[in-house]
Design a protein around this ligand. Structure first.
Ligand code: URP
Ligand code: ZN
Ligand code: ZN
Length: 474
């Protein structure tokens, strides 16, 4: 099967030009000014952007957490992703404390077999326990299976938080195995004290979620993780940076030339701590961690994206329904499951408020949502760009299409939208995964199972384009 995408405005992290793209099978076989190849299918992209399929490096599908389980499985979550122009995601395989690492990985593979994805999927290994269940020998084996990043939580005390010994020992293993270490950076011990004190004073409403996790708890843990990773000699990626106080240690480390990278998430550019005060427990929709911050952080985070201090924007898609899951914490903010949906609207929000409002260019949007995630997480150049030999993961983006974001406008199992009522201009029109159209307008064209597990390369190594891998095998 061959497909010709004609006359589109092709944008990568470094290029911006009009051209045609020929796809043969699953990969891009030619890019030119005027290709006429008698393709089986021709897609007219005149007047549209043609960009690489987006990569979401931070999602939580069907993850047990906070006394419940996120409400998207890999089929519903990746369907939602596809409608948002996302063609690959990397999900956190979470070791249940006490569980072995091979068991945890097997559990995540079962999830994608039971609920097959619509887009391609990789895993990070989230290590929660090396005292009872997890073993460093097993941690060291995980990159052999294409799982080339370890995640550790420095918060969520009494649940999945690790101590500094576990963090540092894992970093030492990563330095040997070529894995990237990712951290959720908050000081969980201090937060635990603040939460207990707030509850003892009868503070139970959602807004106390933010009040008990002040920016310095994030900044301190960010700085600690950066220094420990440098000492251990491994590369570090700080997830969901939410505020200027946490940007500063990242900027300082990068200025020193240390191997530190960091992301923010869409919600930290738009939601502020006052959202937690919405009446009738509606503030619980915004209980995600780190919490929404004072609004002045929004422009500071945009600046960190513009200047390259932050390298990526993920969604941290971690959906819990407001109707019957967030309610676990109706009488106690600390029991509200932490997390929010977002996988479908990341590009909509960044295109409208980033590109259209001149905070970033379209190339920067591609860099933040496609190319940098591909490079950092061992998917480049197979994914994350438009080049001959790369997977034909392509989004034809209609930069003029108006859309109102709402719970009803998205395709996840979630029952609310963080950006409810926001009017944006710009949306995916056609989404292709490895040459197969998976979304066309409002229709999901692919069946579950169109997506597959991707074994990723180690940090700093390239994931060979599929045809080169085949050639190497023959
Ligand atoms: O609130 C959040 N972010 N929930 C998901 C787990 C995590 O910390 O990433
Ligand atoms: Zn986190
Ligand atoms: Zn997360």
């Amino acid at each position: 099967m061959s497909t010709l995408i004609k006359g589109g405005h092709i944008v990568t992290a470094v290029d911006d030009y009009l051209g045609d793209i020929l796809i043969e099978g699953e990969t891009i076989s030619a890019i030119g000014a005027s290709l006429d190849a008698g393709a089986d299918r021709v897609i007219d992209a005149a007047g549209k952007y043609v960009i690489p399929g987006a990569i979401d490096p931070h999602t939580h599908m069907e993850m047990p957490f906070g006394g419940t389980v996120t409400c998207d499985d890999f089929t519903s979550g990746t369907t939602s992703a596809a409608f948002g122009g996302v063609t690959s995601l990397v999900d956190f395989c979470l070791q249940t404390p006490g569980q072995s690492i091979p068991d945890a990985l097997a559990t995540w593979h079962e999830k994608i077999e039971r609920c097959p994805p619509v887009i391609d999927v990789g895993f990070h290994m989230a290590i929660t326990d090396l005292h009872d269940g997890g073993r460093l020998e097993d941690v060291a084996q995980v990159p052999e299976q294409g799982v080339t990043s370890y995640k550790l939580f420095m918060a969520y005390k009494g649940a999945i938080m690790v101590d500094d010994e576990t963090l540092f020992r894992t970093m030492q293993v990563a330095a040997r195995t070529g894995a990237l270490v990712m951290v959720h950076a908050e000081n969980g011990d201090v937060i635990d004290v603040l939460v207990k004190q707030a509850l003892a004073e009868g503070r139970t409403e959602p807004r106390w979620h933010a009040a008990t996790r002040p920016p310095h708890t994030e900044a301190e843990a960010t700085d600690r993780a950066i220094r420990l990773a440098h000492l251990a000699g491994c590369p570090l990626y700080v997830v969901h940076v939410s505020c200027q106080e946490a940007v500063e240690p990242v900027a300082a480390a990068r200025a020193r030339g240390w191997r530190t990278w960091a992301e923010t998430c869409t919600q930290y550019l738009f939601i502020n701590e006052q959202h937690l005060e919405e009446p009738d427990f509606q503030g619980a929709k915004y209980v995600f961690t780190p919490p929404p911050r004072p609004a002045h952080n929004h422009e500071l985070l945009w600046r960190a994206l513009q200047t390259g201090v932050l390298s990526a924007v993920s969604s941290d898609h971690c959906p819990f329904r407001i109707s019957d899951q967030k309610t676990l914490g109706r009488d106690d903010f600390s029991k509200i499951p932490n997390g929010a949906p977002g996988i479908e609207n990341r590009l909509h929000m960044l295109h409208h408020f980033g590109v259209r409002e001149s905070r970033i260019t379209m190339s920067q949007l591609v860099d933040l949502c496609c190319t940098q995630p591909a490079r950092l997480f061992g998917l480049f150049p197979r994914k994350g760009t438009i080049a001959v030999g790369s997977d034909a993961d392509i989004v034809i983006w209609n930069g003029e299409k108006p859309l109102t974001l709402s719970a009803a406008s998205h395709h996840s199992n979630i029952d609310y939208n963080l950006f409810e009522g926001t009017k944006v201009v710009g949306a995916p029109e056609v989404v292709l995964l490895r040459g197969q159209v998976i979304v066309e307008g409002d229709e999901l064209v692919a069946a579950p199972g169109a997506g597959r597990f991707v074994a990723r390369a180690r940090f700093g190594e390239q994931l060979q384009p599929a045809h080169e891998e085949r050639l190497a095998r023959t």
